[in-house]
Design a protein. Structure first.
Ligand SMILES: NC(=O)c1ccc[n+]([C@@H]2O[C@H](COP(=O)([O-])OP(=O)(O)OC[C@H]3O[C@@H](n4cnc5c(N)ncnc54)[C@H](OP(=O)(O)O)[C@@H]3O)[C@@H](O)[C@H]2O)c1
Length: 332
């Protein structure tokens, strides 16, 4: 299969390359695409150098599948052009997520919504994916009324310039102005732009995408998103109000048997999820599971995942695997 990777030189794009290799996705020809600044560069895939192409060059090769991670404006412009030549697009940006004509998919949760007609498919926001991986089994079993989420998000979520800026600041230099304030030895209660309601766009993604993925807009979600000087993954504190009583042991067992989730919860042994150890892993880790003593039918937990993997590249490749299994990648 000819596969175009738009944003191949970025953090998500390079993670995609690793995951395509790891999972043995059947790529016969890789068509890496990046911005004009990357013209002439090569990237490594399966021990071979591949020349970075322009989007027009890649489209000229008629790929069956394109994985996009090059930002919203690139997706808005180029995804319809790839779709117009019959190429399926799986897009990591926020461009199409809330478009009612596009599916927003986490395969473990709502993979069944995909049909043969879906040409542009949206990958949810990284912080949403890891949250709904925990909410979904709880909602199915107990019903969820309300979620209060506070995030502690890795600089890798902003892309490679942010990682470089953090290291530069650590070395005593100003670092490129990716954020409005220094990030090293600091944290910023500010991810993406502020809206008129006082919430950031990142916070509203958690609110809106959750209802769409879980197929239930009655779940109330309120969010505070924070950027922290951390690599490896995003962390989230969740306070979840259920509609019914729950038994703590049963709830833990339910999470432990949910595909893609790992319960890591032994406080006596200092065992709980941390971004340093979630890095490079595909699973979503959940721990610090405990009853909220201040409110009935409510629990607290702590959720960590590698935002570049399950929060982006792994989820996109899982969607691609589903399309492949259905025989919807023409020529596959
Ligand atoms: N980082 C995460 O955890 C995460 C999670 C979920 C979703 N996402 C989304 O994924 C996208 C990429 O994120 P990232 O962290 O990988 O960013 P990044 O490290 O800054 O990489 C951006 C990529 O886009 C390419 N690009 C920029 N302008 C382009 C253009 N006009 N045409 C073609 N390619 C272009 C860049 O190429 P050059 O190298 O040539 O500049 C680079 O390959 C964003 O939409 C982001 O919101 C990121």
């Amino acid at each position: 299969m000819k596969l175009a990777l738009v944003g191949a030189t970025g953090l998500v794009g390079s993670t995609m390359l690793t995951i395509l290799e790891e999972r043995g996705f059947p790529v016969t020809e890789l068509l890496p695409v990046a911005s004009e600044q990357s013209a002439g560069k090569t990237i490594r895939f399966r021990n071979e150098d591949c020349r970075v192409l322009t989007a027009a060059e890649a489209m000229g090769q008629k790929p069956q599948l394109a994985l996009f991670s090059a930002g919203g404006s690139v997706s808005l412009e180029l995804a319809p052009q790839f779709a117009a030549i019959g190429c399926r697009v799986i897009d990591n940006s926020s461009a199409w997520r809330m478009d009612p004509t596009k599916k927003l998919v986490v395969p473990e949760i709502n993979g069944e919504v995909l049909t043969a007609d879906d040409l542009i498919i949206a990958n949810p926001n990284c912080s949403t994916i890891q949250m709904v991986m925990v909410l979904h089994p709880l909602h199915q079993r107990y019903g969820i009324k309300r979620v209060v989420v506070s995030t502690y998000q890795s600089v890798t979520g902003t892309g490679q310039k942010a990682v470089a800026a953090m290291y530069a600041q650590r070395a005593g230099q100003p670092g490129e102005g990716v954020y409005p304030h220094p990030i090293d030895l600091n944290l910023l209660p500010h991810i993406d732009v502020f809206g008129d309601n006082g919430y950031t766009k990142e916070e509203m993604k958690l609110v809106q995408e959750t209802g769409k993925i879980m197929g239930d807009n009655h779940i109330r979600v309120t969010a505070t998103t924070v950027r922290v000087p951390v690599l490896g993954g995003h962390s989230e504190s969740l306070n979840i109000e259920l509609t019914t009583e729950f038994d703590e042991a049963e709830l833990r067992a339910l999470l432990a048997q949910s595909p893609g989730l790992v319960v890591q919860d032994n406080p006596q042994a200092n065992a709980y999820p941390m971004p340093l150890y979630a890095a490079g892993k595909d699973e979503v880790f959940v721990g610090r599971i405990r009853r909220d003593a201040s409110q009935l039918n409510t629990l607290n937990c702590w959720v960590v995942a590698d935002n570049l993997r399950k929060g982006a590249a792994t989820n996109a490749v899982q969607i691609a695997e589903q399309l492949l299994a259905k025989g919807w990648l023409s020529g596959s």
